[in-house]
Design a protein around this ligand. Structure first.
Ligand SMILES: [Fe+2]
Length: 401
């Protein structure tokens, strides 16, 4: 009898030890996901890492994280999906209110359903034999009214599916999923805040660039025109969406460094002295230094820093040569020079078309990329390019050849 009691106590003790070990393991997993979040700047990597932990720690078959689209908050879009048994069919998009994830996004409360509870119904359109599932809203709490009122905002949903277990997810599992979903919520919220901050700063810089040019009738609208001409050439050369966006942002900001050049030099009507020219030539590096903390892409920063480089290495500030100049930069160099020739200057009026064409041809291969020049020449024969200058100068002085 005593032996049986001892055996029971040992079994109880060992079960308790197992549970403690499991709890410890889960806590370690949450902490590890937390430090991943703190260290990573990549939202997708953080979400995937946390999702993998959720699947692993709850022994689920697979899971996915869907985020609410920013605009009207009526659509969930899959951000990351992970399955231990390989490929799994996941919904890509789902309306709020439909399916299990859509329902949880709408009510903002976690649910778990199972075959045993006979609650099985729609599993977000997943057709495989799902036997239990859990869905947890990604919620972030913000405070309004001087920190008095707490407002919960649903950012998305994390859903886990199990093809083997017929019981609902345990309370311990749901608690763990709640903790992991909080980490994802913080990561999403941080990333969106950072994106908003970055966008605001970028828009401020763009306005500043426009304001900077507006002081001088000779440079007014220069960046906008260089942007439009560059985009036209880029489109003609079949640049991808990412490169086109780099062209857009880079050209608008390319002369922002002129903010660091004194007005007396910037607006001087006569020829610059050698010393003044040295100051003027510093604007690409000043612009680069201003924009570097913005975490802009390498391509954009290069357009700002290197838009006065020449193919033969005689440009500034880095004397880049040949293959060191990527295509998007070559386009901007040509468009920038073209706009300067096609605009009035204090010391001359707009160059006539034949002179512009001759200048472009003369620089092709040494200063400019010849293919880009050829494409610009073809564009010069179109109304689309002419309209940009007609809009700016009234009846254009840039005549089609
Ligand atoms: Fe410039």
């Amino acid at each position: 009898m005593a032996g049986a009691a001892t055996g029971y106590a040992i079994a109880l003790f060992s079960k308790r030890g197992e549970m403690l070990q499991q709890k410890e393991q889960r806590l370690a997993s949450v902490l590890e996901c937390g430090s991943e979040l703190a260290a990573s700047c990549d939202l997708y990597a953080t979400i995937l890492h946390t999702l993998k932990s959720a699947v692993r720690e709850t022994s689920a078959t697979c899971g996915y994280v869907m985020l609410l689209e920013d605009q009207d908050k009526q659509l969930l879009v899959t951000e990351a999906a992970y399955g231990v048994d390989g490929e799994f069919e996941f919904p890509e998009r789902m309306e709020v209110g439909s399916g299990m994830s859509g329902y949880v996004a709408k009510v903002g409360q976690p649910i778990t359903v199972s075959e045993a509870g006979e609650e099985l119904g729609d599993f977000d359109g997943v057709t495989a034999g799902v036997r239990s599932a859990a869905s947890i809203p990604l919620v972030i709490r913000s405070y309004t009214g001087g920190g008095q009122a707490a407002v919960d905002q649903v950012l998305g949903v994390m859903t886990l599916l199990d093809l083997n277990r017929t019981e609902a997810f345990t309370d311990e599992n749901m608690e763990l999923l709640r903790m992991l979903s909080s980490l994802i919520s913080v990561a999403v919220s941080n990333a969106r805040m950072e994106e908003r901050r970055r966008t605001t700063f970028l828009l401020t810089l763009e306005s500043l660039a426009t304001a900077l040019e507006a002081r001088d009738e000779y440079t007014r609208g220069h960046s906008q025109r260089v942007c439009e001409v560059s985009m036209m050439i880029g489109e003609k050369l079949g640049l991808g969406a990412e490169a086109m966006e780099e062209l857009r942002v880079g050209t608008i900001l390319h002369d922002i460094g002129k903010i660091g050049v004194p007005d007396a030099i910037l607006n001087k009507r006569a020829k610059l002295t050698d010393e003044e020219f040295v100051v003027m030539k510093s604007h690409p590096v000043i612009g680069y230094e201003i924009c570097k903390p913005l975490m802009l892409s390498e391509g954009v920063l290069m357009i700002i820093r290197n838009h006065h480089e020449k193919l033969d290495g005689s440009g500034y500030p880095d004397g880049l040569k040949g293959g060191e100049l990527p295509l998007s930069l070559r386009i901007v160099c040509v468009a920038d020079a073209f706009d300067a020739m096609s605009s009035r200057r204090p010391y001359r009026s707009v160059m006539d078309t034949s002179t512009v064409l001759a200048e472009l041809s003369r620089g092709a291969g040494t200063q400019f990329d010849p293919v880009v020049v050829e494409n610009l020449k073809e564009l010069m024969a179109t109304d689309r390019l002419l309209d940009i200058y007609r809009l700016h100068w009234g009846e254009t002085e840039l005549k089609v050849a």
